[in-house]
Write a protein that binds this ligand. Sequence first.
Ligand code: PLP
Length: 378
Amino acid sequence: MKNHTYIYADNSATTPLAPEALEAMMPFLTKDYYNASSLYSLSRTAKDALSEARSIIATCIGALPEEILFTSGGTESDNWAIKGRMISGRILASRIEHHAVLNSLSFSSYFPHGAARLLPVDRFGFVSSKTLESFLSNRVSLVSVMLANNEIGTIEPVKELAEISHHHKTLFHTDAVQAVGHIPVDVNELGIDFLSASAHKFHGPKGIGFLFHKKDVGLDKFMDGGQQEFGLRAGTENVASIVGMASALRVCCEQMASNSRKLKDMVICFKEIIRNALPQASFNGDSVNRLPGHISLSIPGISGEGLLHFLDLRGIAVSTGAACNSKSTRISHVLKAIHLPSNLANGTVRISFGMYNKKSDADYVAQAIIDYCRKVKF
Ligand code: PLP
């Protein structure tokens, strides 16, 4: 999205709020501020809005309303799914999961089934069925593989992986934070038991998300207190944000096909310009099964952080794949897991266009990257 002269190309980090979501939220931030759990008639609007939002979200992902639990976002949903299964057995997760999953695994070594195990990925970031099969045993209680990776954009074969897990009587969780609202997601079609999502990744407000949990699949309570969220997650409901999340998801789902087409065209145009000017550059993740609008670009011999600051001065926001401090460069666990050589990893930037970007943004960002490479005598 262009804000004055700024081009925001970091939609994998967060997205701007959809105007429809803001409009839907406003009454609940002003006149309809009542507690949705109160018994008097003033609360009726909030209560009804909450159940309508649950139904809208459920419809968007092919779930039942009672299978949707509101949380504070992707991090909480991941923590809930992972920690909720730890007592029942070992957890398997891919090496390229978000830290919300990876750091949730750290407690598992205290349980009798032993530490969680990490599934390796290939150079595109895929977890293969063969790999999963070789890690599964009757000690495993949950497999967690993300639907789409935030850094390299690869979409995992979740349907296949969930099927294999179920064959071994193991439940399956997917972190779909980057996928929901951007690619079609149907929980029945995917055959999964748990799914995490976060509103701010699909043009909803920050600090709100949901966990899908399949009916009849046991899930431990996450927060003690009142009886909100079917007695599983206590705390006064964040009605305005929940309503905003549902509205944003509906907008994204309604416009998904056209947004996706536009974003794919933008990526094709961007790649062509880069390939022509910088033949040494390469793109990470799978080229077909990937998030629309998502680009992970590696340019050998440059600093991704240097490029980020140059682009920032040009009014363009992107992220890097390696974080530098004065003493060292830390390459992300995802780029390490796909065995990207360090000269490429250090020169990696993530460009993620979203539904409010203009087609011309792809050309502008690509040209700015080329300018930087010429400036540093690439
Ligand atoms: N999972 C993935 C794949 C993410 O990209 C993120 C956020 O970047 C999260 C989880 C955490 O979500 P939230 O910011 O809503 O806590």
